[in-house]
Ligand binder design. Structure first.
Ligand code: 6R9
Length: 655
């Protein structure tokens, strides 16, 4: 790792903005000064400039009971009104909100006026199901316009959505439905992925009825969009087709104001223990920072830009940079249902050409996989409309950064490498196009209004040229307000480590270079980052040991050229199982088992069957050593192992 860091820190290329870009840029250098002079005043200005408040707030931040923040506390707003109605009222109803492209090539253009009507109808339907302020609604949908409309309809009612990624299994869905106590599930029969229909409704049926999970107590209705045309089972009285009720519902619906701290959504993310954490976000502060970052970081000109963020709405990036940020800003955006390489490997570039995408936001894992298939594919398309490129989810290596700029950005588009988390709600660290001279591989500087530092274990600043832990030193508007149902875990996970200083601990290692620019170095806890998705080692391990063959399992994230990290599992098989079964093919079986239990994204790249696992005397598995094996390195210091011979045995078994 350290030689890689030194190599990274040698990076001296810099790309200052052109005069032309700087002259017309949304962000101006004085943003930094304004924010530094009066942080609270700065955020108050942003909230007033970017949003409509039914009741203006008089107080920006209440930090009297840390770590529980309240922003714009006595103000009232309606999040959906801010994303929809006000644009229509301002005369922009005919502007296209969504340029939707289905994987098979079908398309829909939906204006702000049309989307507003649709959301009002869905809100009326949800109200008829008894959904009101504070109720939870689970959303399990493909990337179709109904996904965005559903989120906004829930928000319009002051209710709380919990979007579950469509790639997650019935079991993951069930645990999220139960944890949140969802009253309604919105799903589809299926959606298109990799050229065929991937069913969703069966997973909902299984989640709600499977005996293994016990009786489901809270879900009263399942609203089902017809998309895949695949056959589905039907539970009378519970299941309702979207096309039967939404078009028939009234398009009159008044957006009631709700307090700024009214919960907006819960989004589950992996933690260091097996149980996913329901990260809770609220309304006013979240929407302020989503809109502010979307406008300034992407240099958004809503009248002329065509914006495209490739993230699924099941991830935080889809929440903040598909649904809330862009729509609050009145942007026109592309929404694409399918996979990047279906039906041909140039599909994304074809979409950029077709719609004239000018701002493009994606993840390093995608960029690296396109690098592998070669520049000839994107070069077949006209990408000249692109003027800003964004990256998110994991560190982008300088080589991928340069390829992105040259091949996708015509050698001139500024790249914004944006660091943030589900917990931060919106972008925290990023260059500003037109202001910052960019540097390949570095996320660079905290945004105006955001305070970040790199500290050592005792919370002392490390200073330029040194590495340590990334902390956020001041509260920010879109910060998480807690973990659903578990305030203690919220304090423990994020605030205990630097309790004395009152810093938020992000769980990421980072370094400051000589210029004071930030270089993110990955997670320091047992959370892996696979293609920009956070997976917990503990969650995959517990899935592996739930298989009848497995006695013990250890999972590590090994670096992988394409996906950043890949899941590698080391598994001990039960003697009793081996006595009765042929172990041939077991590794393959275990791989698919994890895929079924958690979702395809968690399926291990490799499963190694071993005789023992490296443990300390206190019984802690030393994953660091397994990572050495998985990455084909010489095994590091084994002196704290209870049995020092065990690593040579494992290495031999893996070969
Ligand atoms: C938005 C999102 C958060 C974790 C985060 C960090 C990694 C995200 C990054 C990055 C380096 C970037 N991460 N952006 N690392 N450079 N630009 O990805 O949220 O899914 O919660 O993951 O992703 O490790 O802590 P989430």
């Amino acid at each position: 790792m350290s030689s890689q860091i030194d190599h990274l820190l040698d990076e001296s290329r810099q790309f200052p903005p052109s005069d032309e870009f700087a002259a017309s840029a949304v962000a101006k250098p004085d943003l930094y000064e304004r924010a530094a002079a009066d942080r609270d005043g700065f955020w108050g200005d942003q909230a007033r400039e970017l949003l409509h408040w039914h009741t203006p707030f008089t107080r920006v931040l209440d930090w009297s009971t840390p770590p529980f923040a309240k922003w714009f506390d006595d103000g009232e707003l309606n999040v959906a009104y801010n994303c929809l109605d006000r644009h229509v009222e301002a005369g922009n109803g005919d502007r296209v909100a969504l340029l939707w492209e289905g994987e098979p090539g079908d398309e829909r253009r939906i204006t702000y006026a049309e989307l507003t009507d649709e959301v009002k109808r869905v809100a009326n339907v949800l109200e008829s199901f008894g959904v009101g302020a504070g109720d939870r609604v689970a959303i399990y949908l493909p990337m179709i316009p109904e996904a965005v409309a559903s989120m906004l309809a829930v928000a319009r009612l002051g209710a709380i959505h919990s979007v579950v990624f469509g790639g997650f299994s019935a079991e993951s869905l069930r645990s999220r439905i139960d944890d949140a106590g969802a009253k309604v599930v919105i799903t589809a029969d299926g959606g298109y992925r990799k050229g065929k229909v991937s069913p969703l409704k069966p997973a909902v049926d299984q989640a709600l009825s499977d005996d293994r999970f016990g009786e489901q107590q809270t879900v009263e209705h399942v609203l089902v969009v017809k998309r895949g045309e695949n056959e589905v089972d039907w539970v009378e009285g519970r299941d309702v087709w979207w096309h039967d009720v939404v078009p028939a519902a009234s398009a009159e619906h008044v957006a009631e104001p709700f307090p700024a701290e009214n919960p907006l959504f819960i989004l589950y993310t992996s933690g260091t223990t097996g149980k996913p954490k329901g990260i809770l976000h609220t309304s006013g502060g979240y929407l302020t920072q989503a809109a502010y970052t979307h406008r300034n970081v992407f240099d958004l000109k809503p009248e002329s830009d065509v914006y495209w963020c490739t993230a699924d709405i099941g991830w935080i990036t889809g929440h903040s940079y598909v649904t809330y940020g862009p729509l609050a800003n009145g942007a026109t955006q592309v929404l694409y249902e399918g996979t990047p390489d279906t039906p041909h490997p140039g599909r994304w570039w074809e979409i950029i050409q077709k719609y004239g995408v000018s701002i493009f936001y994606t993840a390093p894992t995608a960029i690296r996989s396109f690098m592998k298939t070669g520049r000839a594919i994107p070069q077949k398309f006209d990408l000249s409309s692109i003027r800003v490129l964004g990256s998110v989810g994991e560190p982008i290596n300088p080589e991928a950064w340069m390829w992105y700029r040259e091949v996708i950005g015509s050698g001139s588009a500024p790249i914004v490498d944006t660091w943030w988390q589900t917990e931060t709600g919106a972008i925290m660290v990023s260059p500003l196009p037109g202001v910052t001279a960019t540097k390949p591989g570095s996320a660079q500087v905290p945004l105006p209004g955001i305070s970040i530092d790199v500290v050592d274990e005792s919370g002392e600043e490390v200073g330029n040229g040194n590495g340590g832990l990334l902390v956020i030193t001041e509260p920010w508007p879109s910060m998480l307000r807690g973990i659903w149902g578990d305030p203690e875990r919220y304090k423990e996970t994020y605030w205990e480590k630097f309790e004395k200083q009152g810093y938020y601990f992000a769980g990421d290692g980072a370094r400051l270079d000589a210029d004071g620019d930030l270089w993110l170095l990955g997670r320091v806890d047992d959370v892996m980052n696979v293609s920009g998705h956070r997976l917990s080692t503990a969650e995959i391990e517990s899935s592996l040991v739930a298989h009848e063959a497995t006695a013990e399992a250890a999972v590590v994230g090994a670096s992988d050229e394409t996906t950043g990290q890949a899941v590698v599992a080391f598994v001990i098989i039960k003697e009793s199982y081996l006595a009765a079964h042929d172990p041939a093919g077991l590794a393959t079986q275990l791989r698919s088992w994890v895929g079924e239990q958690i979702g395809a994204i968690a399926r291990p790249r490799d499963v190694y069957i071993v005789g023992e696992l490296p443990k300390t005397r206190s019984g802690k598995i030393m994953r660091r050593l397994l990572r050495d094996v998985a990455e084909g390195r010489e095994v590091g210091d084994t002196t704290t192992l209870a049995d020092t011979a065990v690593m040579s045995i494992i290495s031999a078994q893996v070969k």
